[in-house]
Ligand binder design. Sequence first.
Ligand code: AMP
Ligand code: ZN
Length: 133
Amino acid sequence: MVWGVNHSGLGWVAYDCCMDGCLFCGIVAGEIPAEVVHRTARTVAIRDINPQAKTHVLVLPVEHHEDALALAAAAPDVLAEVVAAGAAVAEAEGIAESGYRLVFNTGPDAGRTVFHAHLHVLGGEQLGYFGRL
Ligand code: AMP
Ligand code: ZN
């Protein structure tokens, strides 16, 4: 744990940031640009750069944790905040009523590409079924 300034406007925070070479740590720190759509004390939500639905937002914990399971083990309260932020994003994006999907990809079979825990919020249109391609 280190104390550092968070350049995305959260002020001084204690965080396990930044993992060298971690894209999402770079975004959370404000060093890599992203479209931020929502923030809480311990989360930042950004629009996905390669959207898989009309609305596709990623909720990132500010602290670096490799995946949702590591986050659940180390900081279950932050995991709860990530999920609550996902619901707040859905409200803000106007998809709370129409419905949406919350997804944590884990491991290669799920197509995992960024190893900083993140919650996908997908919606804004009828989503396809999920599972086997
Ligand atoms: P996952 O496959 O669950 O690891 O998801 C990683 C997600 O991050 C993908 O949906 C990517 O499109 C998204 N992504 C990668 N780079 C960026 C970026 N610079 N800004 C926003 N989203 C990104
Ligand atoms: Zn990270």
